[in-house]
Design a protein around this ligand. Structure first.
Ligand code: GLY
Ligand code: MN
Ligand code: MN
Length: 441
């Protein structure tokens, strides 16, 4: 089992994270985090398993049907895990299990039990405690298990804000993994540029990308890849990826690998035939200028919102110059007339999840990714994406040459004491550099 290859963090890091949770727990309380379970794809076949990010964050354990319990009683801290028990028959059919005996040493925890004994053991763990930390509804199987164990969690304290805030700030070790995720994702985009030509199918390029991920230790993408030729780029989460790429059109590729559970998230947009037309250049240059300005602004003390205000101004000025928008710049900004061409946010936190957790607002209780309030000042150790775009639908009332052009350019930034570090700069985004790369296939 130890030969299985997966990069990860040192054990010590998981121990330190659990200690941080212990520090924040009330005395005489129990903290409970459920793993993910297998999800059925069809009949008796499952989707590839992906561990729950919170459970992974605190355990580094990659099996389903597990529960981590932290108990703080009279000042004493104990860590307990419930896991699937060893079972030679099931392991012959479905794969190896760590098992109860190996779990404490392997995971640096105090005790382990079989998940089959949860209902019998958990009430004993709860004895003489008076608070439960839990995140209801995240895992219905966990809520069911608690209910079956006659545990009332209606008054549970929610741990979401506590763990989200911890996850938002990346450690040195996490940053090293995220640099790898960014680098590998960049290599895959370079290969996509080299392998794209008219009449190849979008999903052929998708698989060039997935193969490049796996050559460097990233078996999975961190989200479903978007390979959007022509007008498909105007569908923000287009993942059908089943159409031929056409001569004369752009292709927008939004793809990132998951390396050691950490996400990369890159978008590049480039011409299928390797040469930008004038209309494609016009739109592309607006987005590129906006993205470069945003990167200058995404530094400690500034907020995503501040950077986005500049992005909006650059886009509106550009669109007016091209005759796509008409009217007074200030008024077009004020009335959000640009929203038909730029309908998403400038960026999001990045980490174990591609849309990672953490509050975007100075008001710590606003944890909604879709909220417009993104006024939280950036701090060293945060990682986020910067991804302005412009999407001109075929149906838009604009000069004919711009119809059906969708452009997004997305990089991943680590906020540092010097400003920021672009983790995905290895993949070209200047027009000349893209054209040169594509000419040298
Ligand atoms: N890949 C999804 C996003 O860029 O947010
Ligand atoms: Mn993306
Ligand atoms: Mn993104």
């Amino acid at each position: 089992m130890d030969l299985a290859y997966m990069a990860t963090l040192p054990q010590q890091e998981f121990i330190e994270r659990r200690n941080k949770v212990f520090e924040q727990m009330q005395d005489d309380s129990v903290f409970i985090v459920f793993s993910e379970i297998e999800k059925r794809r069809s009949n008796d076949c499952a989707y590839p398993f992906r561990q729950d990010s919170y459970f992974w964050y605190l355990t580094g354990f990659n099996e389903p049907n597990s529960v981590l319990i932290l108990r703080k009683k009279s000042g004493k801290q104990e860590s307990i895990i419930f896991v699937r028990p060893s079972d030679p028959l099931r392991e012959t059919w479905d794969g190896r299990r760590l098992g109860v005996t190996n779990a404490p040493t392997k995971l640096s925890l105090d005790h382990a039990f079989s998940i089959d004994d949860f209902s019998a053991e958990f009430p004993k763990i709860l004895e003489n405690t008076n608070a439960i930390y839990h995140l209801p509804t995240l895992h219905p199987w966990g809520d069911e298990l608690l209910t079956q164990s006659a545990v009332d969690f209606s008054q549970a304290l929610c741990w979401k804000e506590m763990l989200d805030e911890m996850r938002l700030f990346k450690s040195e070790n996490e940053i090293a993994l995220m640099q790898q995720a960014g680098q590998i994702s960049a290599l895959a985009h370079i290969r996509a540029m080299q392998k794209t030509r008219p009449n190849r199918l979008e999903y052929e390029i998708e698989h060039e990308i997935l193969h490049e991920f796996s050559r460097f230790g990233a078996r999975n993408p961190s989200y479903n890849s978007i390979i959007a030729g022509g007008e498909n780029a105007c569908i923000l989460h287009y993942t059908e990826n089943d159409m031929p790429l056409k001569e004369g059109e752009l292709v927008l590729i939004d793809a990132g690998c998951e390396f050691a559970m950490y996400a990369g998230d890159i978008t590049r947009t480039f011409p299928v035939n390797g040469k930008f037309s004038q209309a494609q250049r016009d739109i592309y240059e607006i987005v590129l200028n906006a993205q470069k300005r945003a990167i200058e602004l995404l530094v400690p003390g500034n907020s995503i919102q501040q950077a986005n205000e500049e992005v909006v101004r650059i886009k509106v000025e550009g669109l007016v110059k091209l005759g796509i928008l008409q009217g007074d710049i200030e008024e077009l900004i004020e009335t959000e007339a640009y929203r038909q061409f730029y309908m998403h946010g400038l960026g999001h936190w990045l980490g174990l999840d591609v849309h990672d957790v953490g509050s975007y607002s100075k008001d710590e209780h606003n944890n909604n990714r879709n909220s417009k309030v993104r006024d939280r000042p950036l701090e060293v150790g945060m990682v986020l994406t910067v991804e302005p775009g412009l999407y001109i639908s075929e149906k838009a009332n604009v000069p004919a040459q711009y119809k059906g052009i969708g452009v997004r350019i997305e990089d991943n930034l680590l906020i540092t004491e010097y400003g920021n570090k672009n983790l995905t700069s290895a993949v070209p985004k200047e027009i000349d550099d893209i054209e040169k790369l594509m000419a040298n296939k």
